[in-house]
Structure formats: C-alpha cells, structure tokens
Design a protein around this ligand. Structure first.
Ligand code: GUN
Ligand code: ZN
Length: 437
C-alpha cells in the first residue's frame, strides 16, 4: 500500500526463550532482512529481496549492515531521579535519604516534573529505550508529566504515583487514604489511554504503613488490569528493617502478600536476597522479578541469581533503575548483567542478554503480545544499531567470525553512539539518527 515503509538491514528476532531452548532455535537472524511497517505495526517480515518484490510500492529505507531489533524495554526506572544519577558514596537507605528524597521533593512543582520528564525521555530514546515502567514521585503532577510526555511521543509506557506515608521527609509523605484516592484518580485519567498504562506503586515496605499497604492491595483488586510495582530484598540492612517493622511477617515477600500485593502483574525490583520460600511463592504467583544490575553494583546491593532463577521458571525483566542505576543505556545494563553472571559462575549468552532487554521485560510488563519482538502484528517500536560505532568496537567487530561475536562488543563497549535510529509506533523519532530516514 501507498504508505507502507520497508526498512532493510540485519534483523534479530526471537522465536523462543534462549534460556529455555538452544540458542540457534530461539533466535532468528537475517543478514539481509527487512520489515514492512503499516499503521504503526509490523505488517510483514522476511528477506529484503522477498519483501521488495512483495511490496513494490513501499518507501524503502536501507540501513545496510546495521542491526534492526525491537526497541529496548526498561522494566524498572525512576524518571524523577534523572538529575541525581551518579551520586557518590552511599548505600541504599543513606542514598535514599541523602540524594533521592530531597530530589523527589522538588517534584511538588509541576514545572520541575515536566522538565525532568522531557530530559528523561530524550535520554531514554537516545539510548534506544522505547518503553519503560517508571516510578514517579508522591505528587500526582509527576505522573501527569510522565504520561503527558510519553503520549506526546506516542510511546507505550507504564508508570504510577509512588506511595509512601512513613519513614520519608515531610513534603514526601501521603496518607493511606490520599494514596488510594490519588492513585485511583490517576488510573481514571491515564490507564488504557492510547499506549499508556498505570502501575500501582507502593515504594517499598519500609515507607508504607500497614494501612497504606492494605489500601494499595484494595486498589489493585479494584483495578486488576493495572500492573503493581515495588522493591523487594535489595539490601541486607533493608531486609532487617522490614523484619523490625513487620515482625509478624514470615519474610519480606510475606508483607506484600498479606496485603494483596503479590500476583500476576506484580513487578518486584531487585529481588536479590530471596529465601527459598519467597522464590517458590514468586514462581507460583506468576509475578515478575526485575534485574537491575548497574544499580545492584553501584549501590552495593548484591549479585542477582539470573541462571538459578531462570532455571526455576521465574519471569524476569531487565532494567536500569536510574538514578540508583548508573546508566540510561540498556547496553550498559546488559554488560553489567553479563559481569554479575560471571561473578556467579555463569556466562550469559548475548542472545540471553538481548532477550532480557526486549522480550523478557515485555513479558514482565505483560505486553509481550504488543512489543519487544519483531513479528507480524507487533507494534513497530524499533532500534537500529551500528555494530562498529567507536574505534574500540570497530576493531573488535572486524575480527568477528560469527553474528554473536559481532554483537557482543557493542553489548560490552557500546553506548548511545551505537544507536543509529529509533522508531516509535511505526514512525522515526525526529531527534534520533532516524531523522534522516
Ligand atoms: N528502594 C526504595 N526506593 C528505592 C529507589 O528509589 N531506588 C532503589 N534502587 N531502591 C529503592
Ligand atoms: Zn527502584
């Protein structure tokens, strides 16, 4: 059809989970592949040659040797912490009190929220991240700023008002009732509007009273098609604190479960120091664990057990966790996941790392039917990568004998310079390299 776009390059798609299947069976790579885009979606996939013949009227954009992939999906991020990324010298609780809470207090001003949201989305897109699940602050205006900016860019995102009514400074506390009512209002305003969806967001057990957690559980029950995101077992002192605050709970996860905050559609950030009981309940309940590797090293939290948890059947996504994480780049995030795997004795395959940053995060956010892969009917959120983007990467890339050897240097050494173009909903992002498309 007249408005069809045919983009050509090297395509990478997943047929299956490369943790569960042989890599060659799980991945489909076409060195001269292509995608036909129509009405924001992928209308056809195949070899460039076949697609050119089948769609003679399509406008052709040829990316040559560049890699075309589904855009990256950051399954746990705090957009309000953009301005305090790379803050020195603190571990979790001190880091929150010293850097994070003062910064989040500024979001009482909607103009601050609007400006940071703009900056955050610019950085995410420059790094090839086309979707994310973000925490906002306690201020409803911070949620409005997040969704308004995503809507302006046509992006599929999830986010929610961070709820906390204790152990936080004045100016950064709501109440059980106001957290419930404000969240419900925001759900009505944003959830299901275009590509936006709402995530009910109690920050973590230490900053919510039992009454607030109960209100959050009731809210989720009333809005069961929303996601629910929070933090779980990130650092040992945090876990001890949870035991002091909730002495009747069997473990950290039990706190959430008691208040109706465990189930399908839950995303638990970090999930490093889990007991066997917690692991079993997490698998049974079909909740998602979100691995935040640059954050876990930067804040000093610990080594997530990717291989063990995947083998046990957990649903796992990948995330930057900025500003606790030290990068906006999902390439850096994959590199950190690789290094943590090595420290735990497992070398994660590049296909597994890429799957986590696309399909894995999409599954965690329950949008795997829409985004995270290249397949007919999927929404056309794409990233196009130059696999020789710097002299250091180019000289290693030149020696590659396999596709994975050609890709891995970009995973380990790449950054926003590797991102040639980004497409959202079938259209090129004007400020990415795609402006030339
Ligand atoms: N736990 C509770 N809040 C936060 C946060 O903002 N960042 C991280 N990394 N962990 C948290
Ligand atoms: Zn977080």
């Amino acid at each position: 059809m007249e408005n069809d776009i045919l983009i050509l390059g090297q395509t990478l798609a997943f047929r299956d989970d490369p943790f569960a299947t042989d890599i060659d069976a799980a991945v489909r790579i076409q060195s001269r592949g292509g995608l036909v885009l129509r009405d924001g979606k992928i209308a056809a996939t195949g070899t460039g040659q076949d697609l050119r013949a089948a769609y003679p009227d399509a406008r052709v954009i040829d990316y040559g040797d560049a890699l075309i992939s589904a855009g990256f999906i950051d399954a746990h991020v705090h957009y309000p912490q953009t301005g305090i990324i790379a803050s020195w010298g603190k571990q979790l609780i001190d880091w929150l009190n010293t850097y994070t809470f003062p910064e989040e207090t500024r979001f009482a001003d909607p103009a601050v929220a609007a400006e940071v949201a703009r900056t955050y989305f610019d950085l995410a897109l420059a790094n090839g991240t086309t979707s994310m699940c973000s925490f906002c602050t306690i201020h409803p205006g911070s949620v409005d700023a997040f969704f308004a900016e995503a809507a302006r860019r046509n992006m599929r995102v999830a986010g929610g008002k961070t709820c906390m009514d204790r152990n936080a400074p004045a100016g950064l506390r709501d109440t059980a009732q106001s957290a419930h009512d404000d969240s419900q209002t925001l759900i009505g305003r944003w959830h299901g509007k275009g590509r936006l969806s709402y995530a009910i967001t109690p920050r973590f057990a230490p900053t919510s009273s039992p009454e607030q957690l109960e209100a959050m559980g009731a809210l989720w029950q009333q809005n069961s098609d929303c996601l629910m995101q929070t933090h779980l077992s990130e650092q040992l002192p945090e876990i001890s604190w949870v035991h002091e605050l909730f002495p009747e709970a069997r473990d950290y996860l039990d706190v959430y479960e008691k208040f109706g905050l465990l189930g399908q559609g839950a995303l638990f950030g970090h999930a490093i120091h889990l007991t066997d009981r917690e692991k079993a309940r997490l698998v049974e309940s079909n909740a998602a664990l979100i691995h935040c590797p640059t954050s876990n090293t930067f804040i000093g939290s610990g080594l997530f057990d990717m291989a063990g948890l995947k083998a046990a059947g957990h649903r796992i996504g990948l995330a930057t966790d900025t500003g606790g994480g030290s990068s906006f780049s999902m390439l850096h995030t994959m590199a950190a996941a690789y290094e943590i795997g090595q420290l735990r004795g497992t070398a994660l395959h590049p296909a597994q790392l890429w799957w986590l940053a696309t399909v894995g995060s999409a599954r965690a956010m329950r949008v795997e039917g829409r985004i995270g892969n290249l397949a007919v009917g999927m929404e056309a959120d794409l990233v196009v990568l130059d696999l020789a983007s710097t002299p250091a990467i180019a000289q290693r890339h030149a020696r590659a004998e396999t596709f994975w050897e050609a890709l891995f240097p970009t995973i380990m050494l790449g950054d926003d310079r590797a991102i040639s173009s980004v497409w959202i909903n079938g259209a090129p992002v004007p400020d990415s390299g795609a402006r030339n498309a």
